[in-house]
Design a protein around this ligand. Structure first.
Ligand code: ASP
Length: 347
């Protein structure tokens, strides 16, 4: 009951159209990259000019680094990992350094990657000591017979492949600690009233909950790739895993349709199989990436209270950067369109 009420509130209060800017660029690009750094209640009025500049600069750096890989003829998988590593290493985003805290004050990271040539995929969930989880996800794809590894097992796999560990404190930032404090205060209060953890989590303001980074790329060989990396949702508990490491939910790539990386309230993205649904609409219904993304994000997710966004790319270099929240850190560059970065609904 409380949950349904909340969904209605969300539906009304989050009526922010998908960004018209940057959406559905066309131009038969030979290679292209798009990235995101999370969606949520991101408003100009809440951000200092310095902070905004820092975000834009880091997004540009990540796009340009990925673009350089593609320009030299490198693989889309390499471009995706290159861009994501820059965002993981930045404390600004909820992935790698700067990841959100769990309810217990630690960090548990999730990531996944997919190769559009052959639907090979790799994912890790709940890792605590891996500085760049997207790299480990790629190792799972390329160097193991598995698709998804979790927790201590994923770290044993990392150890067996010589991946260095970092202390969990490596991911700490003051800002995220502050968010956890506020989230916990609210959660504990709500819990007492409602004795319902789910409703309490739902009641947290979006900025306390979310963020994630991701990239999609098309290389000169015509191959798509997608990757996503996240700290998950603030104050998550009980080994909670979101959509980011779930192939088909948070990440998907298939040369026959499109590449997608998602960000948002993971439980909805899992239940609605968001990334795969968008690509299915492109493949089977002949929808453009912009139409397919908007149908799923605006028409399917929003009415049930699912907030977030996606970046989508097809083999012609068409891009959709679509979200139903106030903003999404995002940007793109293609062989036929210049570097472009945006944060808010309108720029
Ligand atoms: N999708 C992520 C999760 O649910 C969080 C986010 O993208 O904001 O873990």
């Amino acid at each position: 009951m409380a949950f349904k009420k909340l969904c209605n509130i969300l539906t009304v209060s989050l009526l922010v159209a998908s960004s018209p800017l940057l959406a559905d660029q066309t131009g038969d690009a030979k290679f292209a990259i798009a990235i995101h750094g999370g969606a949520g209640t991101i408003e100009k009025s809440r951000m200092t000019p310095e902070k905004e500049r820092a975000y834009r600069a880091k997004l540009e750096e990540a796009i340009n680094a990925g673009y350089a890989v593609l320009e030299k003829g490198g693989a889309s998988l390499d471009a995706v990992v290159t861009a994501i590593n820059i965002l993981e290493d930045s404390p600004l985003f909820n992935a790698g350094k700067g990841a959100v805290f769990t309810y217990d004050g630690t960090h548990e990271l999730d990531a996944s990657i997919m190769d559009g040539r052959n639907r090979q995929a790799g994912a890790v969930a709940g890792v605590k000591r891996i500085a760049n989880p997207i790299n480990l996800a790629r190792m799972v794809m390329e160097d193991s017979p598995f698709v998804m590894l979790s927790g201590a097992g994923a770290e044993s796999f990392a150890e067996s492949r010589g991946v260095p560990f970092v202390d969990n404190k490596h991911f700490d930032t003051e800002q995220r600690r502050e968010q956890l404090k506020k989230a916990r205060e609210k959660l504990d209060r709500e819990n007492q009233q409602e004795k319902d953890y789910r409703a309490a989590v739902e009641a947290l303001p979006v900025p306390f909950r979310m963020g994630t980074v991701g990239a999609v790329a098309l290389d000169k060989q015509g191959n798509l790739a997608a990757g996503t990396s996240t700290g998950g949702m603030t104050a998550k508990r009980f080994g909670r895993i979101g959509d980011s490491p779930v192939i088909g939910a948070g990440t998907f790539a298939d040369n026959r349709s499109c590449a997608v990386s998602a960000t948002g309230h993971g439980e909805y993205f899992i239940r609605y199989n968001v990334a795969a649904d968008i690509c299915a609409r492109v493949q089977y219904q002949g929808k453009s990436v912009g139409e397919a993304a908007s149908e799923v994000i605006d028409d399917v997710l929003l009415p049930v209270g699912g907030t977030g966004g996606v970046i989508v790319l097809d083999t012609k270099g068409n891009i959709a950067l679509t979200f139903n929240t106030k903003g999404m850190y995002r940007g793109s560059r293609t062989s036929s369109t210049p570097l472009s970065v945006a944060i808010f609904g309108d720029n």
